[in-house]
Write a new protein. Structure first.
Length: 158
């Protein structure tokens, strides 16, 4: 698994599992396969099963063992009333969080001048015409650097 994906997944795994289990009761390996099919890649058992145990202890899911035709009994998980309510709350929170992230990443929540500074810092001459905006004036990036002035000072992006 990609290390960046793994880091994100740790923050969202319980939410994703709760969504999968709320939609359909399931057992561990099948949940891992469904996560992989959703684009998360392979989820190690050392990540998946502790999350399921934690969610069971919190009363969000309940587990029951059922015989399996292909081996030992399987532990099936389903959401509890508390789990369904928690999932509904998390979906609302997720929608708000996702909108905030999208607004920030898409540049809708960032002032135009700050976007130009970000572009200049990244060397985006094609986007900002080789100019950085410093203190409200358009100044050639090279001149700003030559004078020793930082492009994109701390606090400029608020």
């Amino acid at each position: 698994m990609n290390p960046k994906t793994q880091q994100w997944l740790h923050g969202f795994l319980d939410f994703c599992l709760l969504g999968l289990i709320d939609a359909q009761r399931d057992y561990g390996r099948s949940l891992a396969e469904r996560l992989a099919q959703s684009g998360f890649g392979d989820i190690p058992g050392g990540t998946l099963y502790p999350a399921l145990v934690r969610m069971e202890r919190q009363g969000l899911i309940a587990a029951s063992k059922e015989p399996s035709a292909s081996g030992p009994p399987r532990k099936y998980y389903e959401t509890t009333a508390k789990g369904r309510e928690t999932f509904r709350e998390l979906v609302e929170t997720w929608e708000q969080f996702k909108a905030a992230v999208e607004a920030t990443v898409d540049g809708k929540a960032i002032p135009r001048e700050a976007i130009a500074r970000q572009s200049a810092i990244r060397g985006g001459e094609a986007i900002c015409g080789g100019e950085a905006i410093c203190g409200g004036e358009a100044v050639r990036r090279e001149e700003t650097v030559r004078r020793g002035e930082p492009i994109g000072r701390e606090g400029d992006w608020r």
